[in-house]
Ligand binder design. Structure first.
Ligand code: NAD
Ligand code: UDP
Length: 316
């Protein structure tokens, strides 16, 4: 058996998971990608098939997970992540955050592997503290439409901490803020792919509400660097990884029109229920414990992503 470190990446055929497969392979790991492809895409990992250090297991992680051999690390990224996806699959979302996290933690305990949970800024809900620090407990509507995702992630964090405290599993929790880049699905309903598709097709951009709600968008390479550092660190408490550069959704739509050189207009549609009004990470902790901060501003990150979306729009 090879002496390489081995990592299991659940949700590895998704947007973020597939970028993590690339990164951990380039760091010399053997990568096992596990996914049931409900929101992922085999194309995201097609370039890795045939690599001796890469394998793919088609499996729903809400069921018992079997992996043969040793494991050093589990990156638990399986979960629908776009609001459209988790509203269409509310029970799957609750199950993968609860049962799936339980199974992945059980595997980490059995293998003596380190476990890193993909949590989210959604644990802060519609925040009453701004920007959001990790010690803020959040403002989530447990029975709202978004609650299936937010509460599943909050439960997953609680479960990770329980395995850490009770079983001594080495756990890491990353709270990911809105991230973008290549391999996003253009019909996933998130603001960026939707606006790119609409702008590149010359259609009106659909801004929900009056567009005064804010988000802070992170380029995928920055996020992957933060996750890499966290996975190598000794830090157990949650860490925000996100770009503090905040923008209103209306200005964001205008930026994408400008970037694409489109003639598109903007239309206003009803704001989804419980849509957070503001969101901006406080990244003091990431700076301090990981020496991490984003290196791409939005303009640079969006330009790097444009060719990908152009190709996707042509292919559709
Ligand atoms: P994605 O939908 O592209 O990837 C999720 C992957 O998980 C998909 O490949 C999907 O098929 C797989 N999956 C879902 N349920 C599964 C199950 N039961 N068994 C096996 N595989 C399953 O989404 P993404 O944007 O790459 O998000 C990945 C992770 O990061 C998610 O856990 C998400 O909550 C978290 N996250 C993402 C963002 C973001 O901005 N992209 C922000 C916060 C948190
Ligand atoms: N949004 C929008 N038009 C769209 C898609 C999304 O105005 O076509 C808004 C959405 O209501 C939210 C913001 O953009 O206020 C970010 O939405 P996204 O789904 O990308 O992420 P999340 O709400 O999970 O942060």
């Amino acid at each position: 058996m090879s002496s390489k470190k081995r990592v299991l990446i659940t949700g590895g055929a998704g947007f973020l998971g597939s970028h993590l497969c690339d990164r951990y392979l380039s760091e010399g790991y053997e990568v096992i990608c596990m996914d049931n492809l409900i929101t992922g895409d085999a194309d995201n990992i097609a370039h890795l098939i045939g690599n001796d250090d890469f394998s793919f297991i088609d499996h729903d992680v809400t069921n018992y997970i079997h992996v043969s051999g040793d494991l050093d690390l589990i990156l638990h990224f399986a979960s629908p992540a776009s609001p459209i996806d988790y509203l269409e699959m509310p029970i799957q979302t609750l199950k993968v955050g609860s049962l799936g996290t339980h199974k992945a933690l059980g595997l980490a305990k059995a293998k003596g592997a380190r476990f890193l949970l993909a949590s989210t800024s959604e644990v802060y809900g519609d925040p009453q503290v701004h920007p959001q620090q990790e010690n803020y407990w959040g403002n989530v509507n447990p029975i709202g439409d978004r609650g299936v995702y937010d509460e599943a992630k909050r439960f997953a964090e609680a479960m990770a901490m329980a395995y850490h405290r009770y079983h001594g599993v080495e756990t890491r929790i990353v709270r990911i803020f809105n991230t973008y880049g290549s391999r996003m699905r253009i019909h996933d309903g998130r603001a960026l792919p939707t606006f790119m598709r609409q702008a590149l097709n010359g259609n009106p951009l659909t801004v929900y509400g009056d567009g005064s709600q804010t988000r802070s968008f992170t380029y995928v390479d920055d996020l992957v660097e933060g996750i890499w550092r966290l996975s190598q660190s000794d830090y157990t408490d949650p860490v925000n990884i996100g770009n503090p550069q905040e923008v209103t959704i209306l200005d964001f739509a205008k930026e994408i029109i400008e970037l694409t050189g489109s003639n598109s207009t903007i239309t206003f549609e009803e704001l989804p229920k419980d849509d957070p009004q503001v969101r901006q990470p406080d990244i003091s902790r990431a700076r301090e414990v990981l020496d991490w901060e984003p290196t791409f501003n939005r303009k640079e990150g969006l330009s790097k992503t444009l060719d990908y979306f152009k190709k996707k729009v042509l292919d559709q």
